[in-house]
Design a protein around this ligand. Structure first.
Ligand code: B4P
Length: 191
């Protein structure tokens, strides 16, 4: 199996690039953001709980997210590899992911980390907010809170994988196609 984490702050292009990468490499796309939004749309108890956090720009509690990922794996037993988008976002999630993959006798091959300046992140997310209908994209304070959560809780996840020499930094500014080419070059030499 080839398992890849696409990492970066909110608005760094994870969702945008993931769609292109899963199509090219035939990986199963696991976006915890998309899964949570689906739960919110379906008004499930999990969705209602998650919405309260997302609307404030906070991370959803680890046990909720890890449970959701576990059940996603149950439904994708035949996958030949996963692209993790927006997960793991805390050290506890990273450790849980390692354990779940170990049960499948596999592991993370590489973490590709997109780097984008904070002003560019805010600009992109405010622009998406004009059309996406996403409650977490319309208010600049909420966007900045998400970026703060990233620095406080998520950035350390890269250190976790750096210990295993699995992190590659990729410039996340420029055209979508140029960034896609850089990501593909890193994957092609490992797959
Ligand atoms: P996510 O759905 O993961 O959303 P995101 O990080 O905001 O967006 P992403 O990074 O995918 O967006 P993209 O850059 O592609 O999370 C939403 C919320 O869910 C979180 O805040 C959190 O509360 C919760 N959550 C999710 N996972 C969780 C977890 N594991 N644990 C706890 N809580 C969790 O796109 C941004 C915009 O930039 C788009 O409009 C795009 O068109 C544009 N863009 C992309 N590339 C560009 C480029 N090269 N140039 C210009 N614009 C570009």
């Amino acid at each position: 199996m080839f398992n890849l984490i696409l990492f970066g702050p909110p608005g760094s292009g994870k969702g945008t690039q993931s769609e292109k990468l899963v199509e090219k490499y035939g990986l199963v796309h696991l976006s915890t953001g998309n899964l949570l939004r689906e739960e919110i749309t379906n008004k499930t108890p999990l969705g209602l709980e998650a919405k309260a956090f997302i609307d404030k720009g906070q991370l959803v509690p680890d046990e909720v997210v890890i449970g959701m990922v576990d059940s996603f794996f149950e439904h994708h037993k035949e996958a030949k590899g996963f692209l993790f988008d927006g997960f793991p976002r805390t050290s506890a999630q990273a450790e849980a992911l390692d354990k779940l993959l170990e049960l499948k006798k596999t592991s993370i091959c590489v973490m590709l980390a997109l780097s984008v300046s904070e002003e560019e992140l805010v600009k992109r997310l405010m622009k998406r907010g004009e059309t996406s209908g996403r409650s977490d994209d319309t208010n600049e304070n909420v966007i900045r809170a998400r970026i703060t959560e990233y620095h406080n809780k998520t950035a350390v996840v890269a250190d976790y994988y750096r210990n295993f020499d699995k992190v590659v930094l990729v410039k996340g500014e420029g055209t979508v196609d140029d960034i896609f080419r850089s990501l593909c070059a890193e994957i092609d030499c490992r797959i």
